[in-house]
Design a protein. Structure first.
Length: 82
């Protein structure tokens, strides 16, 4: 009885895994992976970006940290949606 249950669980997992990605989606992911591995070796290196542009991710990170730790009044938020 336990053996049948294990086989049924294995077959269910197999069906879920085979239907999770279609053949087309798998091929797209495989081509994307190969291109990410091969293209940096083939293409010439790019010049560095302007120094001002390098501050963009730093500013975004600071903004997200400030928003994450900013206190909110839950009562006012809930009443505005009613």
């Amino acid at each position: 009885m336990q053996q049948r249950q294990q086989e049924a669980d294995f077959n269910d997992r197999k069906v879920i895994a085979s239907t999770y990605f279609s053949i087309g989606a798998f091929l797209v992911l495989a081509c994307l992976t190969v291109s990410l591995l091969i293209l940096p070796l083939v293409l010439p290196p790019l010049p560095p970006p302007p120094s001002l542009l390098l501050w963009l991710p730093v500013c975004l990170l600071i903004l997200l940290v400030v928003l994450a730790f900013m206190p909110t009044d839950v009562r006012s938020m809930a009443s505005s949606y009613l």
